[in-house]
Write a protein that binds this ligand. Structure first.
Ligand SMILES: *Cc1c(COP(=O)(O)O)cnc(C)c1O
Length: 423
């Protein structure tokens, strides 16, 4: 852990030295009823709105108003290939090749589309392995896939669980599961960063272990994209999905990103659900061709996409491009390390951080277990102007986001928490 100091002057100094401090003013920061900025630590749930988003969306609204259907080809950013304007930035963001990524659908829908291709159960190998604390939607999706293929969802689900009195997952346990039951497992689906504990998994290690056991491996990177270095191509994963409304700040319910590894790019025999947007672009509008699938991740698209939502994604990706993930992660590590330092001053008999202490095994989120607390504490924290996330029974999830959170935000948050804990 980096060493820090406790006083408010130290926080102010860190903000003055922070080359990314100016980006806070590029975002709309929610305010309390007196007009004061709230301390927003919920970017892991819904990222804030960049001030440029409106301009990007207005461009498309205006082109639609002025051009109608002609906008498909005549808009400033023609709608027909609009999703392609996101490809290079998305690839950089998640460490993929352009052919491996596409923006389409929403997240849980993409999970299903990926499972249509990469969950191919047989009588001997039909089980799916997930984290015991997987995000509920992922668990529901996996269970329904098991049932869809005629399997029992209890029998078919294998959980990778933490050890007694531990919160995070241990790779030795995964190895043990794969050594003993790997031959029955068709698919491993893990959250790249666990939504609850904030544990950032070693994607390459999991993929290597999974492939060695003959399983397909996919990741849900909803809490990873825009937060950590995912390096998806080098991980070797078969597929990955994520959303763009958490760390990617593209607005509520915005579209999902999808990664399919290059080695599957030209495999026309993979089973998949298709639509006209997965069809060859040059003959798509002949409207009667035999289906001819596009190479790469684009070949999993179904529909012509919602341009207004994509415009918001473009606004956000341009911001990420102007900084670069490496620079962002550098600040993120320092900001979260400072947060961790201040929280530890509150005393181990009061709070316990369940997120890994190793900066390479987490993103910006810290999950704080407050001993003997209930939702009352979180309500007080909210009333004091801190927006965070409460998970029963006793965990506050806080994400100081390097794009728009300051060191002073962190200082004030812990100060308020301390005041509440004392009363
Ligand atoms: C946020 C999140 C979801 C939400 O799914 P939607 O389909 O976007 O509603 C699903 N899975 C994980 C891991 C998430 O973090």
């Amino acid at each position: 852990m980096l060493t820090h100091k406790t006083g408010i002057d130290y926080a102010k100094t860190l903000d003055e030295l922070d080359p990314l401090a100016k980006y806070k003013s590029e975002f709309h920061i929610p305010k309390d009823k007196d007009g004061n900025d709230l301390i927003y630590f919920c970017g892991n749930s819904l990222g804030l709105q960049p001030k440029t988003t409106k301009t990007y969306i207005n461009q498309e609204l205006n082109d639609w108003a002025n051009l109608g259907v002609e906008g498909h080809t005549e808009a400033k950013n023609p709608w027909l290939p609009y999703h392609e304007f996101l490809t290079e930035s998305t690839a950089r963001l998640v460490g993929a090749k352009p052919i491996e990524v596409v923006t389409m659908n929403s997240l849980t829908a993409n999970l299903h589309f990926m499972m249509a291709s990469f969950y191919k159960p047989t009588a001997k190998r039909y089980k799916i392995l997930i984290e015991s604390d997987a995000f509920p939607s992922d668990k529901y999706a996996v269970e329904s896939q098991l049932r869809h293929h005629g399997y029992d969802d209890k029998d078919g689900l294998i959980l990778w669980s933490p050890r007694v009195n531990e919160d995070c997952l241990n790779y030795n346990d995964l190895e043990h599961i794969l050594n003993t039951q790997g031959h029955e497992i068709a698919l491993i689906l893990i959250g790249g960063v666990n939504y609850y504990t904030g544990q950032f998994f070693d994607l390459k290690r999991i993929t290597t272990l999974g492939h060695k056991a003959g399983c397909k491996v996919g990741f849900d990177c909803a809490h990873g994209a825009g937060n950590v270095n995912l390096d998806l191509h080098n991980s070797g994963a078969d597929f990955a999905v994520w959303c763009t409304y958490k760390y990617l700040n593209a607005g509520p319910g915005s579209l999902s990103g999808c990664f399919v590894h290059e080695r599957h790019a030209n495999n026309k025999n993979l089973n998949r659900f298709t639509g006209w947007w997965s069809h060859n672009k040059t003959t798509r509008f002949n409207m009667r061709d035999e289906f001819d699938v596009l190479p790469g991740a684009e070949g999993w698209q179904l529909s012509n996409p919602p341009i207004l939502s994509m415009a918001a994604i473009k606004a956000s990706l341009d911001l990420f491009d102007s900084i670069g993930m490496e620079t962002l992660i550098k600040k993120s590590k320092q900001l979260t390390s400072y947060f961790e330092f201040l929280l530890k001053q509150l005393g181990e008999d009061t709070i316990k951080i369940i997120t890994p202490s190793n900066p390479n095994e987490r993103g910006c989120q810290l999950s704080i277990q407050v001993l003997n607390a209930d939702k009352n504490l979180h309500d007080k924290l909210t009333k004091s102007g801190v927006i965070s996330d409460w998970r029963e029974p006793d965990v506050i999830r806080c994400a100081p986001v390097p794009l728009y959170n300051s060191y002073l935000d962190v200082y004030h948050m812990v100060d308020k928490l301390q005041t509440i804990l004392k009363h």
